[in-house]
Design a protein around this ligand. Structure first.
Ligand code: SAH
Length: 408
């Protein structure tokens, strides 16, 4: 196996189980005999050693500032049952926290570094796992991962692979980036237009082919349940609704009316289908295709107000350099929403930008509230759910944050 030797003292973070080796920490790379090239192949398994030749772990080689993502700290090569054991351990967590139930078969099974599998995401919808590779190493291992998923998780019958948008775009990739890895003829899947998955007793049409990410935002489950608690008798606006997760919980919670807004027609079509399936008699739901800023301005001009607003925008900052603009965006959209809340109303506001930390986000919302001049109390500080765990050695895994505000 190819060996990566670190500069003196650069082993410290690995000894504290942080799973990334930065390229600047590397003294030299000793290629194994099979290489014709001058550098490791992207995605190749390598062994990392300290300057004193102590074995520190094995992981996937990657081109870029993160050069290795460690999979196993204890081994000099990957143990034979590695994929099965890691996936089984992740499954046991979901089982232990009560996520696998007849009325809930939608959950994240593998959350990258948070489940000690850097670069791998697996979401489960009913009998199907949707796998996303964020590194070439995980792409190279995709068939072994699919096999391990089938063996480790009794419910999984099919494995779909969707990595077109997540693999490093400059990498030379062999093989398909999207498609079935395993499709069981006996499975419920005949036609994706009729594929349903259940979250807390609510049914959602999941379309990973045409949908965003793996087809659904699994990370808002707990926060949606909180909306349900507060929705009774309220006029609700679910802004950036995507497939209508928050809207269904608000309807079940007894909202008076729910308006779901998203800029994507495809998203709005799915919201409409999901509402019809769960609440076939509902006449109090409206789905609108519109840009958030334009919608809020137009509604304000028309004198419209709401009791409860949910703002769950896409990541405004995808990179560190975009943080300043993102904060301005959060401030603007929150000010517009706070303005439209009736006295005594509630705002659920989120940021899923990893690069914006919770203090910065809270400051942006604070500035928004101050600019409108209303009395605002923080009722809840929300975060990502238990099936999106944060590896304690990898704090970078924290990304979703939210505030629930009472607006006087
Ligand atoms: N709240 C959703 C997830 C939101 S994802 C859930 O619980 O599932 C972000 C959504 O914002 C996407 O559906 C995207 O289409 C939408 N979006 C992006 N830009 C927008 C804009 N300017 N106005 C309205 N919606 C927008």
């Amino acid at each position: 196996m190819t060996t990566v030797i670190l500069k003196p003292h650069k082993e410290e973070s690995l000894k504290r189980f942080h799973p990334w080796v930065f390229s600047g920490a590397i003294a030299k790379v000793v290629l194994d005999a099979s290489h014709k090239s001058a550098a490791p192949e992207e995605g190749e398994m390598v062994c990392v050693r300290s300057s004193a030749n102590e074995a520190l772990g094995v992981g996937h080689w990657q081109v870029g500032s993160i050069a290795v993502r460690i999979l196993d700290f204890a081994a000099e090569e990957l143990p034979r049952n590695f994929w099965h054991e890691r996936i089984r351990a992740a499954y046991k967590v979901r089982e232990a926290i009560g996520l696998i139930r007849p009325d809930n078969n939608t959950y994240r099974l593998v959350h990258g570094e948070g489940d000690f599998l850097p670069g791998l995401i697996v979401d489960v919808y009913a009998d199907t796992a949707v796998v996303q590779a964020h590194s070439v190493g995980m792409h190279v291992s995709r068939n072994e991962i699919a096999k391990a998923l089938m063996e480790a998780v009794p419910q999984i019958q099919n494995v779909y692979y969707k990595s077109d948008d997540t693999l490093p775009f400059k990498a030379q990739i062999e093989g398909e980036k999207t498609g079935w890895l395993i499709k069981n003829q006996e499975s419920k899947i005949k036609d994706l237009d009729e594929f349903w998955s259940m979250e807390n007793g609510l049914s959602f049409r999941i379309d990973w082919l045409r949908g965003q990410k793996t087809g659904f935002f699994v990370d808002q489950r707990e926060n949606r349940a909180l909306v349900e608690r507060y929705a009774k008798g309220k006029d609700v606006l679910n802004m950036f609704c995507y497939t209508g997760g928050f809207s269904l919980y608000a309807l079940r919670g007894g909202a008076q009316t729910v308006d779901s807004v998203d800029v994507s027609q495809k998203a709005i079509d799915l919201v409409t289908i999901n509402v019809a399936r769960n609440f076939p008699k509902a006449t109090n739901h409206q789905a609108v295709v519109a840009d958030a800023f334009e919608y809020l301005s137009a509604q304000k001009a028309a004198g419209k107000t709401y009791d409860l607003i949910i703002l769950d925008p896409p990541a405004f900052a995808k990179h560190r350099d975009a943080v300043k603009n993102a904060l301005r965006g959060y401030q603007r959209i929150n000010a517009k929403a706070i303005e439209m809340i009736r006295p005594g109303g509630i705002l659920f506001t989120f940021s899923c930008s990893q690069a914006v930390d919770k203090e910065a986000f809270r400051l942006a919302v604070f500035s928004a509230a101050a600019s409108i001049g209303r009395n605002v109390r923080i009722l809840h500080q929300l975060h990502q759910p238990q099936d999106h765990p944060i590896n304690i050695y990898h704090p970078e895994g924290e990304y979703l944050k939210g505030l629930v505000l009472y607006v006087e």
